[in-house]
Design a binder for this molecule. Structure first.
Ligand code: DOR
Ligand code: ZN
Ligand code: ZN
Length: 352
């Protein structure tokens, strides 16, 4: 079966800074091997992407190395409220961190979030890591500034209920959910080794998970985003396990499984994994680009066979059905029968 190339609006590719976890080669090969022909990368690299020189450097680092199309989100900080808007055409969005997570980008105070929401052009996306009360805070600011806002990796019933209510009032709020929150709850923590289950937002309850599936059925969720956040096993198994799961190579098969079980239609999957991310992030449609999947093939998750450099998966050993066979990007076959064609690196920056 043929589907359009998938778009992931939320990945962490670690280049520059932590290329032993992932880099532009391995991260975009991992994307292709998951059926993604476009990924939008988060700015919590080292250094973080917060100004024109760090943005130029990352674009330079990516150029020519990249297997799929890509965009870069820039981060809001305490110091760049007046300067970062100048980057709005070169970036795929402005990311605001309202909670602690990997990296040091959490914003120190509502007044800074307020300034960013006011200064960033209202026709360009703002994405927020905003859990629990913080989700309410960003919705309020979006109302005050009469602008849209995109809430990342919604994982709790209380958050999706709020987003549903805001949309009923006509607010331009969009949101994404991750496959790990759709397929795992905190009751899975025991079966994943201690430390490996650390992810931000954390795994939540079955009632939270049911609310996310209901919101997918009701059209309240706009996108599936992997929040692909690779860290090595050594790091995950250490005492200070950094939060994050790799997800690019498992999300399509997980979602195809949900289609087979009747949890959503194939059309809805295409909306969530392609058309809605393209619309929200203003991406031109990818011409002559498609993927081919075998809906029947069964396979077992073995992270040792993945392209991602991090070498593990929270879904290790899961039996999945539905497998990617081929990826064609602008009329060129770039993935075929389990192999990323490594010599072809025709990925383009979507904001150039
Ligand atoms: O689990 C997470 N990992 N959540 C985030 O917000 C950041 C990410 C990372 O960069 O590792
Ligand atoms: Zn986040
Ligand atoms: Zn993230």
């Amino acid at each position: 079966m043929r589907l359009p190339g998938l778009i992931d609006p939320h990945v962490h590719l670690r280049d520059p800074g932590h290329t032993y976890k992932e880099d532009w080669y391995s991260g975009t090969a991992s994307a292709l091997a998951g059926g993604y022909t476009c990924v939008l990368a988060m700015p919590n690299t080292s250094p973080p992407i917060t100004d024109s020189s760090s943005l130029e450097n990352i674009l330079e680092a990516a150029h020519g190395k990249v297997h799929c199309d890509y965009g870069i989100h820039v981060a809001g900080t305490s110091n760049n409220t007046s300067t970062v808007p100048a980057l709005s055409d070169k970036a795929s969005g402005l990311k605001l961190y309202l909670n602690d997570t990997f990296g040091d980008l959490r914003l120190d105070g509502l007044h800074i979030v307020n300034s960013h929401m006011s200064a960033w052009p209202d026709n360009r996306p703002v994405l927020c890591h905003a859990e629990t009360y913080m989700a309410a805070a960003v919705l309020m600011l979006a109302v005050l500034h009469r602008r849209s806002v995109h809430i990342c990796h919604v994982s709790r019933k209380e958050e999706i209920d709020l987003i549903r209510a805001a949309r009923e009032q006509g607010l331009a709020v969009t949101c994404e959910v991750t496959p790990h929150h759709l397929f795992m709850t905190k009751s899975d923590i025991d079966s994943i080794k201690e430390g490996r289950y650390m992810v931000s937002p954390r795994l939540n309850t079955i009632s939270d998970q049911n609310a996310l599936w209901q919101a997918i059925a009701d059209g309240v969720v706009d996108c599936i985003a992997t929040d692909h956040a690779p860290h090595t096993l050594l790091e995950k198994d250490s005492r200070n396990s950094p939060p994050g799961f790799p997800g690019l190579e498992t999300s399509l098969a997980l979602m195809l499984g949900a289609v087979r079980e009747g949890r959503l239609s194939m059309n809805r999957l295409i909306e969530l994994m392609c058309t809605n991310p393209a619309r929200i992030f203003g991406l031109a449609s990818q011409q002559e680009t498609w993927i081919e999947v075998d809906m029947h093939e069964k396979w077992e998750v073995k992270a040792s066979q993945f392209y991602s450099r991090c070498g593990w998966s929270p879904f290790e050993g899961w039996q999945l059905q539905g497998r990617l066979k081929k990826v064609v990007l602008r009329n060129k076959t770039v993935y075929d029968r389990g192999e990323v064609l490594q010599h072809i690196r025709s990925g383009k920056n979507v904001n150039q």
